[in-house]
Design a protein around this ligand. Structure first.
Ligand code: PLP
Length: 486
């Protein structure tokens, strides 16, 4: 048949694959120790298992499927493993998997309302549900993007256009009058902020990374001084990116005080709540972003900690008309008779073509409910607090940052180094890197070795759906055992 397998074959293989995915998930749940959390393959090993050239004749998919378990599984790092403590939790709930399956099955393309009304309207529903779940007022509306990086780029493009009086419709960044536009963030801001500032044409020389305090939060006094210095020099302060949950330590920038400054100087305030945003489902966490109501834009990654599989990013704005003015396109082949009455979400972001991402979010939310999601987040926060207490009470362990959420930044100072008077940075770095390497190579758990203001640390991020207290206890034991090895 031209076009590939017929529907009967699809049904048969589809059932088989669902069965295999279910078995894999069951393994993660019931016998996770049989799977190395971090893939142990060497670069090139997986590629070498596949033919260098494409097959001229198809042999049918059924014959090729064993390659998934045999050739691909060894090269998978198991993000949904209960002992995954690296980077950030990126849970793909079972309901989310089904959402992606239906998304692919329907093959909908949501560039305009008319090209799949359900894709647009369910996205509107889900975005508004999420807004309510996070405790935000209906002054915010929004859209789903792939990643926080994309959303932050959109935010800085909108900021640039507001401050420059829509320079894009004239000479662009090359032609606008006045001094250079300046973007501010903290020295703990995620690399996507710098990337967005560079891609949006601000130039590295016009990105100010403001120093942070001992808790790694942006220092507002220094921010204010930097804005005033730029104004005095004839430059044009344009945007501030504040973080609610920095990447290294989940530090919280003082949003209220920053919003005050932004308001005073008419600066765009973008809030990067990629990591902490999910926790705002919990009313007891909302103090962490107090002042959010005054942000011009907010980005949250439900694909990090809410169970909605990668990729799914929520981008909320207070002035959607401005967003559409910056992002909108209107070629004649896209005109429809509904353009005045319905949203065309292509005008709310960069890509024209849009996946039906809202499906998986809808499925996760109806499956678990707000209460179910909240209960899991509370469990993770509680596990992080428990581990923080163990670390604080154990001799030889240092915690390098507060633990407002589920990430712990720690390091071990071994007694023999202390006795030998060798607690210099180089010796500590070597010792802690060795702990990380041994744990990650053991396949028993996966954590991230990282630097915090020049100090080597072990970063432990708790929050996989399957991670229970016993897995955190096992991690703590593993850390102590590995640290004691010579
Ligand atoms: N912002 C923060 C605070 C992050 O921690 C991350 C990723 O870890 C990002 C932005 C970028 O996220 P994405 O991969 O969705 O672009």
């Amino acid at each position: 048949m031209l076009g590939g397998m017929d529907v009967d074959e699809f049904r048969r293989l589809g059932h088989q694959l669902i069965e295999e995915i279910a078995e894999y998930r069951q393994r993660l749940e019931e016998a996770p120790e049989g799977l190395a959390v971090m893939s142990q393959v060497a670069p090139g090993e997986i590629r070498a298992r596949f033919a260098a050239e494409p097959p001229l004749e198809g042999g049918g998919l059924a014959a090729a499927l064993p390659a998934i378990g045999r050739d691909l599984l060894p090269g998978i790092t198991h993000w949904n493993h209960p002992s995954f403590f690296a980077y950030f939790p990126s849970n793909t709930s079972l309901a989310s998997i089904l959402g992606d399956l239906v998304c692919a099955g329907l093959g909908a393309q949501g560039m305009s309302w008319q090209t799949s009304p359900s894709a647009t309207e369910l996205e509107e529903v889900v975005v508004d549900w999420l807004r309510q779940m996070l405790g935000l007022s209906d002054a915010f509306s929004g859209v789903v993007h792939d990643t926080a990086s994309t959303a932050t780029l959109c935010a800085l493009l909108c900021a640039r256009e507001r401050t420059s009086g829509f320079s894009q419709r004239a000479g662009g960044m090359q032609g606008h009058a006045g001094g250079p536009l300046i973007v501010y963030a903290s020295d703990q801001a995620h690399s996507s902020i710098e990337k967005a500032a560079l891609l949006a044409g601000f130039g590295k020389a016009h990105l100010r990374l403001i120093e942070t305090d001992d808790d790694h939060s942006l220092r507002v006094d220094l921010l204010e001084a930097a804005i005033e210095e730029d104004l005095a020099a004839g430059r044009r302060p344009c945007a501030i990116v504040a973080a609610c949950g920095t990447t290294a330590t989940t530090a919280l920038d003082p949003v209220n005080a920053i919003a005050e400054l932004a308001g005073r100087h008419d600066l765009w305030l973008h809030l990067d709540a990629a990591m902490a945003g999910s926790a705002m489902i919990l009313p007891e966490c909302r103090w962490m972003w107090e002042g959010v109501a005054r942000a011009d834009s907010v980005v949250i990654n439900p694909h990090k900690w809410m169970g909605i599989g990668f990729d799914f990013t929520l981008y909320l704005v207070r002035d959607p008309q401005h967003l559409v003015r910056v992002m909108g396109t209107n070629p004649s082949y896209l005109h429809t008779s509904h353009d005045q009455t319905a949203r065309n979400l292509r005008d709310w972001g960069i890509p024209l073509g849009r996946r039906f991402r809202a499906l998986k979010a809808w499925m996760v939310i109806v499956d678990q409910g707000v209460a179910g999601l909240a209960a899991r987040l509370r469990r993770d926060l509680d596990n992080a607090r428990w581990l923080a207490v163990q670390l604080d009470e154990a001799p030889g362990w240092q915690r390098l940052a507060p633990v407002p959420l589920q990430t712990l930044c720690v390091r071990h100072v071994p007694a023999h180094l202390e006795h030998e008077g060798r607690t210099d940075e180089a010796a500590l770095t070597q010792h802690n890197l060795r702990i990380a390497e041994r744990i990650n190579r053991s396949g028993k758990a996966y954590l991230t070795p990282s630097l915090l203001k020049g100090r080597q640390m072990l970063r432990l991020s708790i929050g996989a759906e399957l991670t229970e207290r016993r897995h955190v206890e096992a991690l703590w034991q593993l850390l102590r055992d590995t640290a004691a090895e010579r």
